[in-house]
Design a protein around this ligand. Structure first.
Ligand SMILES: Cc1cc2nc3c(=O)[nH]c(=O)nc-3n(C[C@H](O)[C@H](O)[C@H](O)COP(=O)(O)O)c2cc1C
Length: 371
């Protein structure tokens, strides 16, 4: 069995390889009558697109999306979703497969070459084939649709740590995220990241990162205990992103160091009679169900495995070999993973919004949380 789909009522299926003719996806279950144009999707894709700064791979992919099904415009009216499956396509235009001829018979340490080969007995070595993060462009495209499914929901992401360097959370300014090539919310940290990553890049090495994704305007009540808990499905979705090695919700691993008094989010009666949480250590989820507070998830991305340094490996025939990767790569894949993380969180929330509506029928108004 293969698993190229995720989600239940908002269901995304992706296809395509790094160096095939195109990548694409089918989004099934999107409600009808939502305004949807290619420009709506393109703005998110442009944030993930390679080759935009010296800190991302120089592969030049315009990532121009085409909607090939699932929308209709009556006369001069707006283009709306029809409720049928939405098909999206992006042509691959900058494949340089010869870059990869050296790795044809060798496995890149830290990449998926060995495991794909051992599982399937065949591997598309051109850019990693299906294991390439090129596929994540379609997640971003699907996420742009998911954002429209939950009314009033805003999903934003930021890079909060690069290698050992963390941002100062007191400097957090969402407006800064678009002002630097790192999606960094702290201008001072962004300047440091720039110097630091230049050194990494020039040495032909790579480095990991931590990203934080926040969803605001999420109604209370989303999540399906017990085996479809919201936090469990967010963790699964984020962990499915290439190179992700750890996921946290709210305090995450830091919760282990807190006392019960410090960790539990106290409640007071809000002006409208609903509870008001005085903190958000839970990251907006209790018992696998959204509280109405912002949903806060973080994930750790490992350093890019394809680096210029020579590393020990083995060949397909069992011999020992040395290798280094000549192909173009991102020195810190965490940067372009920010829009991907946003998209995966948006897809999970859209799916749970529709599942909640199907089972319970009522969607709570959004929470007036100020804290
Ligand atoms: C946006 C993005 C870009 C990536 N670019 C590269 C790359 O240029 N070179 C590379 O070796 N890995 C890259 N990766 C990571 C690999 O796709 C990933 O390590 C590989 O598929 C093995 O999967 P795993 O790390 O999840 O085990 C990228 C990941 C992301 C999220």
């Amino acid at each position: 069995m293969s698993h190229n789909s995720f989600g239940h009522l908002f269901r995304v299926t992706t296809f395509g390889e790094s160096h095939g003719p195109a990548i694409g996806c089918v989004v099934d279950g999107c409600p009808p009558l939502l305004p949807l144009t290619e420009a709506d999707i393109q703005q998110d894709l442009d944030r993930r697109r390679p080759g935009q700064s010296r800190f991302t791979t120089q592969r030049q992919e315009p990532d121009q999306v085409r909607i090939v099904s699932g929308v209709f415009a009556e006369g001069d009216g707006p283009q709306l979703t029809t409720g049928t499956s939405i098909g999206l396509m992006i042509d691959n235009v900058d494949q340089r497969s010869k870059d990869y001829s050296d790795i044809k018979d060798k496995y890149r340490p830290g990449h998926a070459d060995f495991t794909y080969d051992v599982k399937y007995g065949i591997r598309d070595y051109r850019g990693g084939g299906r294991s390439s993060a090129r596929e994540t462009a379609m997640r971003v495209a699907a996420g742009a649709i998911a954002r429209k499914v939950v009314p009033g929901m805003i999903v934003r992401g930021a890079l909060v740590q690069m290698g050992p360097h963390k941002i100062d959370r007191n400097n957090w300014d969402w407006n800064e995220v678009g002002n630097n090539p790192f999606f960094c919310p702290d201008a001072e940290a962004a300047a440091l990241f720039e110097r630091y990553l230049d050194g990494i890049r020039k040495s032909g090495s790579s480095i990991g990162a931590v990203l934080e994704i926040v969803a605001e305007g999420v109604p209370a009540g989303l999540g399906a205990p017990i085996y479809g808990k919201l936090d469990a499905e967010i963790a699964s979705a984020l962990m499915s992103i290439n190179a992700v090695k750890g996921v946290e919700i709210g305090e995450g691993f830091a919760a282990a160091e807190l006392s019960g008094e410090e960790n539990a989010d106290e409640m007071r009666a809000g002006n409208d009679g609903r509870p008001l949480f005085l903190s958000n250590h839970a990251g907006g989820i209790l018992g696998g169900i959204s509280t109405g507070q912002p949903i806060v998830a973080r994930f750790a991305v490992k350093p890019t495995s394809s680096i210029l340094a020579t590393r020990a490996t083995v060949t397909r025939t069992g011999g020992e070999a040395e290798m280094f990767t000549k192909g173009r790569h991102d020195p810190c894949v965490g940067i372009r993973a920010v829009p991907v993380g946003e998209a995966m969180l948006a897809c999970v929330l859209a799916d749970h919004y529709l599942r909640h509506r199907a089972q319970v029928g009522v969607i709570e108004p959004r929470w007036p949380f100020e804290g």
